[in-house]
Ligand binder design. Sequence first.
Ligand code: PFF
Length: 431
Amino acid sequence: MEREQWSSTPGFILASIGSAVGIGNIWRFPYIVGENGGGAFLVPYLITVFLFGLPLMVLELAIGRSTGNSVVSAFRSIQQRFAAAGLFIVAVVSLILGYYIVIAGWVLAYAFFFTLGRPVEFGAFTGSYLPLIFFLLSGLAVYVTVRSGVREGIERLSQYLIPALFAILLFLVVFSLTEPGAAEGIEFYLSPDFSRLADPGVWIAAFGQAFFSLSVGMGIMIAFGSYLGKGPLFRNATIIAVADILVAVLAGLAIFPLVFTAGLDPAAGVNLAFITLPAAFMEIQYGMLLGALFFVMLFAAALTSAVSMLEVPVATLMDSYGYPRKRATLLVFAAILLLGLPPALSYTALNLEVFGMPFLDLADYAFGTIGLIVAGLIVSVVGGWFMSRTRICTEIGGCEWQQRAYMALIRYAVPAVLVITLIGSLFLVAG
Ligand code: PFF
């Protein structure tokens, strides 16, 4: 059977923005900025996105397009023994997906209850059986999309949801900026504390957040690249990265003014989206409507990201093991439900903990932080060192010096930054 292709370049770009823009942008980025030097955080963040994340994204797209295959088969065609490394990446992305769908389920539930005008309280919600139901529902949405294929499923979903997401976000930002807490909120969020840049922890946080947010190093862009026809990789990847940054920065502008207007504590860390912000919506005028819009937007972001993750194991079963798409999707969906069960139960009444940590937090650390960095390292080494330079350069185009600079980044700078991030992430948690 012929390989599916995106229907158009904008279709591919929207699907990739769908992958990159996720819970990481709207929930995680704002509180990480707040905790790590406000506006000053943008310095290491932007450096990482453009100097290291973007080249890695382009490398993945180049690997995908040039081999015409998803990660395992692509790695195998570079060298037989790298197939196992490809499988490792497939495992990591599947494990991330397991807990990501759990959080997407929380978001869906919040969207649902705000729409009904009866928001739930986090503790009461997670202590009930409801998270399991919404975990299943959001998993089903991901399953149905990927089952429908690249064009009819993934591309079409993003074609509707990404413009809607931007529209809702812009509306929320405009609304927030007219609220009484706007000035204070922006002051907290963006006023730069440059002294924090001397803290290595701030840089590590920026590296980790940037790679996570761009969805690079997970083989997603390899799969997406394999459905791609001609077209400039660098330009397209830049559009994706800029959209990703824009959503992240705007999300903070929508959130913090509301938190200050409601007179709540902005330094809520991980509690920001699920506890503080809902409490703020309860305080302010039109709060129910705004809350519903916010969580619908967050669900759109989560769904399009989860879909891109599911495509990785599905494409692997299709490319490397000859499964038809529908059977591959069903099989992987069943596996993901099992993988998601422990994190799904971790905040419930069962309170599933490992090493005194909720299972979901542990999964985020082990797979979403450490696993993701190791996977990124593997991609940069296999692609940068073992794929021929001519092959990469045919894909990226450009002139001699640009290609030289690119190869240097991919071979030395990107792996170096990933190793630093790895050590930092291990050390920061242990320390
Ligand atoms: N980039 C997505 C976000 O910011 O939420 C999450 C994500 C997707 C992370 C895919 C990792 C990944 F492989």
